[in-house]
Design a protein around this ligand. Structure first.
Ligand SMILES: [Zn+2]
Length: 391
């Protein structure tokens, strides 16, 4: 009888712990700072309010299922796009149309108070993150215009540099031909202007010189909207220890990217071998007009079993998280998944319904609920609020 009672107690404990991570995820204000679904919808000619299971990693219904309360939608085009500012606006239009069709599900919010109000009404609070300074076409008034439409961060560069800020890719791979290294005077004025507006400065993608120029110019906490730890995975998109410490000192937050290639230092080599192996197929797609990155993603989907076998474990993402926490504390780390902008994520992280696996992993590593709440969104909301206030 006693064994029975113990067994029942144990089963009860197991079932409540199994649900606890889901409860914590649902109850927390979960805020993700980087999702590329708007670009994916344009590429795949679908809409966010359709059921996109099997087509994309995100859709309106699955945000709700996954407990995503606050989503920054990435507004992006590459450096070759003509009229990038127009393109940015058209991309924003697509989310405005979705929000107009679904007022009971998603609201584009313009400030912290609206955000909280929307979350309390059990709707998804949407904001924009503009990924790439080239989209403002060197014109401060275009930044103002994007801000007015709901852009609450600007990633100062994407992989391409612009006349006022150099990117991590160019500082690393094209240092000799760089016209401008770091922030120009205009770049510094832009940072000050963003501080005054209450728009967050995103240092993901920027070169180290640009990063330090930002840190020495900004009076508000910055974000890295989708970056990981260089010491664990040394790629130019990740943050070195001195940069991580500087973000801690600045009061900012590092939002961790789920991309396998930024988490796992062996991933890029595997991807290279895959590309060599499937060269003929890749070349024929590129010749037919498909962008190189997108062609690779199509092949990743075609050979899913092969590609799946090199997905890193979820624990590796948590190792990056632990690393940041040990260096600068639990107040400066969060989530910037890059869902729908990446072709590989750690095991278990398949789409926007899978954040609770992170919570489960954090509980297993001994994190308390209070700190998990900060990681899932509290830290980001603090930084958003601090950017908005005291100006
Ligand atoms: Zn990016």
């Amino acid at each position: 009888m006693k064994i029975y009672a113990t067994l029942i107690a144990l089963l009860f404990m197991l079932s409540t712990t199994a649900q606890r991570y889901q409860r914590i995820t649902q109850q927390a204000i979960l805020a993700d700072t980087h999702n590329d679904i708007l670009s994916a919808c344009i590429e795949k000619k679908v809409s966010l309010d359709q059921d996109l299971k099997g087509i994309a990693m995100s859709d309106l219904k699955r945000f709700k299922q996954g407990g995503v309360d606050v989503q920054f939608f990435s507004v992006w085009c590459d450096g070759d796009q003509r009229d990038p500012f127009d393109f940015a606006n058209r991309e924003m239009d697509t989310l405005y149309a979705v929000a107009a069709r679904n007022p009971d599900k998603i609201v584009i919010v313009k400030n912290y108070a609206q955000l909280i109000q929307t979350v309390k009404a059990h709707k998804t609070a949407a904001l924009f993150g503009v990924e790439g300074g080239h989209m403002i076409e060197n014109d401060m008034s275009k930044l103002d215009s994007l801000y007015k439409r709901g852009a609450r961060y600007l990633t100062l560069t994407w992989n391409n540099s612009n006349p006022w800020a150099s990117s991590a890719m160019d500082e690393t791979l094209h240092a000799n031909t760089l016209q401008q290294k770091g922030l120009s005077d205009f770049g510094k004025k832009l940072v000050q202007h963003m501080n005054a507006l209450g728009m967050m400065i995103d240092v993901s993608h920027v070169g180290e010189q640009t990063f330090w120029d930002v840190i020495h110019t900004t009076t508000k906490p910055v974000i890295a909207s989708h970056s990981d730890v260089y010491a664990i995975c040394p790629v130019f998109r990740n943050l070195k220890d001195d940069q991580i410490k500087a973000i801690g000192k600045n009061g900012g937050v590092i939002q961790l990217n789920f991309y396998s290639g930024f988490l796992d230092s062996t991933f890029m080599k595997k991807q290279q071998q895959f590309s060599i192996q499937h060269r003929a197929e890749l070349d024929s797609m590129i010749q037919a007009g498909t962008q190189a990155d997108y062609a690779l993603t199509i092949l990743f989907e075609k050979y899913a079993a092969e590609v799946d076998s090199w997905r890193p474990p979820l624990s590796l993402l948590l190792d990056h998280l632990d690393y940041v926490v040990h260096l600068i504390g639990v107040d400066h780390v969060g989530i910037g998944s890059d869902f729908d902008g990446i072709n590989s994520a750690p095991q278990q992280l398949n789409d926007v319904t899978d954040y609770s696996w992170i919570t489960k992993g954090l509980l297993q590593r001994g994190y308390h609920k209070k700190d998990i709440d900060k990681i899932l969104g509290g830290n980001l909301l603090r930084v958003l609020h601090q950017n908005e206030n005291d100006h």
